[in-house]
Ligand binder design. Structure first.
Ligand code: XMP
Length: 328
């Protein structure tokens, strides 16, 4: 068993390369001791946390790591393609790609309760991993990108983070969670020290339940597509305007209500698209990024003309607390 499961009260915050190196060194020996000559299966979402976990495990146990990238149909535009390119082609990882879109969306159809949605997504994830593991020989461990705020918020009963839960009784995997005791800013420093590219280490976080929590209420394929397309436009515009890597997290939400609009002289009855852009260091408290008027006008124009089903754009200027970052 990995002996470090709880963040020690006196643990020094990792703010320097030297402290990160020390953490990496201790984790590599802890991982080697925990895993031995067995194989580890990693849920590689392509986000910062699981990418850093992958890099740590590659360093610690090399080809004993098998990465599984599950496309649950709730990923951002172009994301599965990018994960395959970076990890399989460039980092030469042993990567299995599973397209489980229909399976997830069928299970989620008609489900409105946020916690129920998270549980379904988390539960299906574990099922998919188990199926992949059964096809492989000698998998005994399941690696996860759980971080310290996930544990704190689960314990406080705020949210059931899918990656902070235990495995079903019948499953024989032991958990490997090498960034479990780290805050987000610490994970990034560790990732950089592990030699991961900047665009991976400093990319904005993306929740495990993906666009599912940005399509509040019952997920439908058309509204999910509106979230995905508007998110792609927002990311493109942030990149063009030099905000990528500067603003901590930014995304769109398409709520499940419609309002009246007008297009080409005809009445429309479509969804609004909400834009949220925030800054933080540890996600316990966040502030809002105020966008320029020019960018706001441009985003409104692009999203209302290019995204089917959207006739209105709203901006969420609420800090955390009182609002959480995500809508569900
Ligand atoms: P909240 O909404 O809790 O979000 O203020 C804080 C940060 O955590 C991300 N987030 C999640 N990440 N699984 C994850 O891996 C989840 O279930 C989850 N929920 C929220 C969120 O995007 C933000 O960065």
């Amino acid at each position: 068993m990995n002996p470090i499961l709880v963040r020690p009260a006196d643990m020094v915050r990792i703010t320097t390369p030297a402290l990160a190196d020390k953490y990496i060194e201790s984790q590599i020996s802890a991982l080697r001791e925990q895993i031995g000559d067995k194989k580890v299966l990693l849920a590689l979402s392509g986000g910062v946390d699981s990418s850093v976990v992958a890099a740590l495990l590659i360093k610690a146990v090399g080809r004993q790591l098998v990465c599984v990238h599950v496309n649950h149909g709730l990923l951002r535009k172009g994301e599965p393609e990018q994960v395959i390119k970076v990890f399989r082609d460039e980092m030469k990882a042993d990567l299995i790609y599973v397209d489980a879109t229909d399976r997830f969306l069928d299970k989620l159809a008609g489900v409105t309760d946020p916690e129920q949605k998270r549980k379904i997504i988390g539960g299906e994830f574990i099922e998919v991993f188990a199926e992949e593991a059964r096809k492989l020989d000698g998998i005994e461990f399941l690696a996860q990108g759980t971080i310290w705020p996930d544990i704190l918020e689960s314990e406080a009963g705020i949210k059931a983070h899918h990656n902070a839960g235990g495995l079903p009784e019948d499953m024989k995997f032991e958990l490997v969670e090498p960034v479990r005791i780290l805050f987000k800013d610490e994970v990034r420093i560790v990732g950089k020290q592990l030699g991961l590219p900047d665009n991976m280490v400093f990319r904005q976080p993306f929740p495990g339940p993906g666009l599912g929590v940005r399509c509040p209420g019952a997920i439908t394929r058309d509204r999910l597509e509106a979230v995905r397309e508007s998110d792609a436009i927002l990311r493109e515009e942030f990149e063009k305007n030099g905000l990528e890597g500067k603003v901590w997290q930014y995304f769109t939400v398409v709520p499940d209500f419609k309002s009246t609009g007008i297009k080409n002289g005809k009445r429309t009855f479509d969804w609004p698209c909400i834009i949220r852009a925030i800054n933080t260091t540890d996600v316990m408290e966040v502030t809002v990024e105020h966008l320029s008027d020019v960018l706001i006008d441009h985003l409104v124009k692009r999203i209302t003309t290019e995204v089917p089903g959207i006739n209105r754009v709203l901006f969420d200027y609420t800090p955390k607390p009182p609002a959480t970052v995500e809508y569900e």
